[in-house]
Design a binder for this molecule. Structure first.
Ligand SMILES: Cc1ncc(COP(=O)(O)O)c(C=O)c1O
Length: 417
């Protein structure tokens, strides 16, 4: 396996033919954040991939990449992880969606309760949006109140309550949401006043990971403050760990600072890429959860639950997070040193295992896109406006290969900007 640092003119012929086919039968050819066209991703990104193994991906034309997106988070223990896939295969051969769940659901719930410090119970769904939405419904059922406080810009899913684009969304869909500013306790207090005694929940992510912005850690006073406010006003504190789950601290992202939410939403990395989401919660929310009606045709499918059991077993070992931190630090330090050498002011923010890049430049977005474009043509997948992800499957060799390519990418950036 050689990294094709000289192959800056990759061939994407099959990708291009697939795009021509797609545009005829899929509105826009592709939608959401994984679409390449329309300025969502740098133009040299392939739209279609064929396979993954470990921390490597191959596009449909056979080009190989060191990947730092991990499917935007779900891959955490390696693409096509043999142990996890073997556990999933056992269930696959016995039938996935049956008339009801298999014992895998109980085993996955037991593991979550055992792993996540505040969890006394768990319920499962498929997507992160299912989990955040369900957490809000549970909070409303438990409190009998209506209003939800969320941070401005923060992404919690793609349904009408949360989607960042208002096309097709009515004001009524948003009527019960009041926004606050992340890390600004006074704005939370003002939002609580606006809720006027009708506060059901405060939802927050463990750190601020909005796109197009530097990542920002939660101030300890802010995290403790919203915990205290939620308790004081009889509301639920919901931690949205859909993106951060099991990458920061498998016991719960804020466990290290002694802040426990009432409800946590997980998805993405929970089953290493098999579709699964979960809400876990404290005892006092069990009864309300028993009383709501939530389900989905595929929510009890056994394949993803069996995959989750194996994934959680792997992630419970401290080694998993340690590897991600160590290699993310190596990547970040390497990129920072290269940027300096090439005279670029590169801002790297967020935890090392979920780092984000931004060029301090009058044309910041253009530089970010040009850099990620140059990197992907040299076999490395970086992202210009979204946080990236390390996995427990990345190796020192992956980082070294990536950094060899990014050095060239910086040289190209010097030439084009
Ligand atoms: C913090 C957060 N919450 C919720 C979601 C929604 O998850 P899904 O796309 O699986 O519905 C995402 C997805 O990126 C997310 O990052």
């Amino acid at each position: 396996m050689t990294l094709q640092t000289d192959n800056v003119q990759r061939i994407l012929a099959i990708d291009s033919a697939l795009r021509d086919r797609a545009i005829k039968v899929i509105p826009g050819g592709m939608y959401g954040h994984t679409r390449v066209h329309g300025g969502w991703l740098p133009p040299s990104f392939p739209q279609y991939y064929s396979r993954g193994a470990g921390a490597r991906l191959w596009d449909v034309d056979g080009n190989e990449y060191v990947d730092f997106l991990c499917g935007y988070g779900p891959m955490i223990a390696g693409y096509a992880n043999p142990e996890i896939d073997a556990a999933a295969k056992v269930r696959q051969e016995l039938g996935d969606v049956l008339d009801g769940p298999t014992a895998d659901m109980i085993e996955a719930a037991e593991l979550l309760v055992d792993t996540v410090a505040h969890a006394d119970w768990a319920v499962f769904a498929k997507n992160g949006t299912d989990a955040t939405s369900m957490a809000v419904v549970i909070a409303r059922a438990a409190t009998g109140k209506t209003k939800l406080l969320k941070a401005r810009v923060a992404y919690h899913g793609a349904n009408p309550w949360f989607t960042p684009l208002m096309s097709g969304v009515t004001q009524a869909d948003r009527a019960n949401i009041i926004e606050y500013d992340y890390n600004d306790l006074a704005s939370v207090e003002a939002a609580i006043q606006e809720a006027d005694g009708d506060l059901a929940a405060i939802i927050a992510t463990p750190f601020r990971h909005d796109g197009w912005a530097d990542q920002e850690f939660a101030d300890v006073e802010f995290a403790r403050g919203i915990r205290e406010l939620a308790t004081r006003y009889g509301a639920a504190l919901i931690l949205d760990e859909v993106r951060t789950g099991f990458r920061l601290d498998p016991r719960g992202a804020w466990e290290g600072i002694g802040v426990r939410p009432d409800l946590t939403a997980f998805s993405k990395a929970l089953a290493n890429g098999y579709a699964l989401a979960a809400v876990v919660g404290v005892e006092s929310f069990r009864e309300a959860t028993t009383g709501i009606y939530v389900t989905g045709s595929f929510w009890h499918g056994s394949v993803s639950l069996a995959a989750a059991v194996k994934t959680l077993e792997i992630l419970r070992s401290p080694e998993a997070v340690e590897t991600m931190v160590e290699l993310g630090t190596m990547l970040g330090d390497g990129l920072r040193a290269q940027a300096k050498e090439h005279g670029w002011d590169l801002v790297i923010s967020g935890p090392p295992q979920m780092l984000a890049l931004r060029f301090e430049h009058e044309e910041s977005a253009k530089a970010g896109f040009a850099f990620a474009d140059a990197a992907i043509r040299r076999g490395v997948i970086l992202h210009p406006w979204h946080n990236m992800f390390l996995s427990a499957a990345h190796t020192v060799n992956d980082i070294e290969r990536a950094l060899a390519a990014t050095d060239d990418a910086f040289a190209e950036l010097d030439a084009v900007m």
